[in-house]
Ligand binder design. Structure first.
Ligand SMILES: [Zn+2]
Length: 429
């Protein structure tokens, strides 16, 4: 078997560190993966710095000088943790880093040990050739992104803001990859993220024997509230980013722009990314109640993941209260801001130009991401964040399904493409 290309090899090594983040502060930790990336940075002649927010919750930061020290630094960042993977559902061992059918399989293959590897190998290409990136870089590998960055990016930004001194922009995950629009390969460039509000619903009732006629049942009340939120059809909401995106989609697909849902659903599997860019979502994700088959519990809880548009948090929460009714208590467990930057300016132009050097003429569309990244934490320091982890993908891979999905995998040639495009961008931005 041919030797694995360096980006794939690094991504594979990283997948083999099981850095599962279970949430609620429960995690396998990132220390081993952090040691690994720090050794790679040292091998490039850099001086990595470890930051532990808690034992085992390790982030790594290093500075790379730029050709033009007058310009603001770019925070080039990835996260080291991954969401859980149940091996019973997978075709392969999710933490073996197996290569099969021209793809690297494993938890983190696209979220985001692929980009971690692309950062390391593209820097190796630049520094190894005796060159420098155009702008100074703050290279950061964060812990805890998958649980809101409390033990990672937010901790570093709050406790060690000096690490990011002089930085004006940030580049990271979820953007830069290709989508197939009815035979046209296009790329999404992420210039915004929705906000997030994670709530707990609490229903209370009486405790009673499971055989009684009993209306004050906490489980029943909770189930009704959960169903209302889960089934709510939030109306189309457009922002500057999605208006520009829809105009491009309309041009490429030859469809009218006046029915945004229909237009996005015609975008094939990419709709999995785009649909939540025009609707608020209120997805119930965790249920907890009861302890015995014949006991009615006096309390039932549910977790709901809410993604409002930037600045819309209070309005959406008010509507959620209305939907669940006065009997249900709502506790905000965690929230974070939304971000939206204009689809213009030097950095956007540089990203588009780099994509075009490797895929001439391909359309590039602005993208408002429904998820969140560590860019939210960096925004507290006035740093403008973008999603640009370039991957050229074939039309057959359902890429949105890879994120937090079963059988997460990434084509090997996409990783090489990413290394090259990212390197080009860092040299020219
Ligand atoms: Zn991620």
């Amino acid at each position: 078997m041919a030797e694995l290309e360096a980006t794939a090899a690094v991504a594979r090594d990283l997948i083999r560190f099981d850095t599962t983040n279970y949430g609620n502060g429960k995690s396998n930790g990132e220390s081993d993966a952090a040691q690994y990336v720090a050794a790679k940075l040292e091998a490039l002649g850099l001086t990595p710095q470890f930051v532990d927010s808690e034992p085992g919750r390790t982030s790594v930061v290093a500075r790379v000088p730029g050709r033009d020290p007058e310009r603001g630094a770019i925070v080039l960042h990835g996260h080291l943790d991954v969401v859980p993977a149940d091996p019973a559902n997978w075709t392969v061992d999710p933490f073996a880093g197996e290569v099969r059918d021209g793809m690297l399989w494993g938890r983190g293959a696209v979220d985001m040990k692929d980009m971690d590897a692309m950062i390391l190998t593209s820097l190796d290409d630049i520094l190894g050739a005796g060159d420098l990136p155009s702008r100074e870089l703050v290279v950061a590998f964060f812990a805890d992104e998958e649980n809101g960055g409390v033990y990672g990016s937010h901790f570093l930004v709050d406790e060690h803001p000096e690490l990011f001194a002089g930085a004006t922009d940030a580049v990271s995950e979820v953007g830069g990859y290709s989508i197939d629009l009815n035979g046209t390969r296009a790329y999404l460039l992420q210039t915004g993220e929705k906000a997030l509000v994670w709530i707990k619903l609490i229903a209370r009732g009486g405790a009673a024997h499971g055989s009684r006629v009993f209306r004050d049942n906490a489980v029943t009340k909770l189930a009704e509230a959960v169903a209302k939120l889960g089934r709510e059809e939030w109306p189309v909401h457009l922002t500057a980013t999605t208006r520009a995106q829809l105009a491009e989609l309309s041009r490429i697909l030859g469809m009218p722009v006046d029915d945004p849902d229909a237009l996005i659903l015609s975008a094939g599997t990419a709709a999995g990314f785009l649909q939540a860019g025009i609707h608020v979502t209120t997805n119930p994700t965790v249920l907890e109640a009861g302890y015995k088959h014949n006991v009615i519990p006096d309390r039932a809880e549910a977790l709901v993941d809410i993604r409002p548009f930037p600045g819309q948090e209070d309005e959406v929460l008010a509507r959620v209260r209305e939907l669940v009714g006065p009997d249900i208590e709502i506790e905000v467990v965690h929230s974070d801001i939304g971000l939206e930057e204009p689809y213009q300016g030097g950095l956007v132009d540089a990203m588009v130009a780099s994509l075009h050097r490797f895929d001439p003429g391909a359309p590039v569309l602005p993208y408002l991401m429904s998820g969140g990244t560590d860019n939210k934490a960096l925004a507290k320091l006035g740093i403008t964040g973008y999603g640009f982890a370039p991957l050229q993908l074939g039309p057959d891979l359902n890429f949105p399904a890879m994120f937090h999905g079963v059988d997460e995998r990434v084509p090997l040639d996409a990783l090489l493409f990413g290394r090259q495009v990212l390197g080009d961008f860092l040299r020219t931005a």
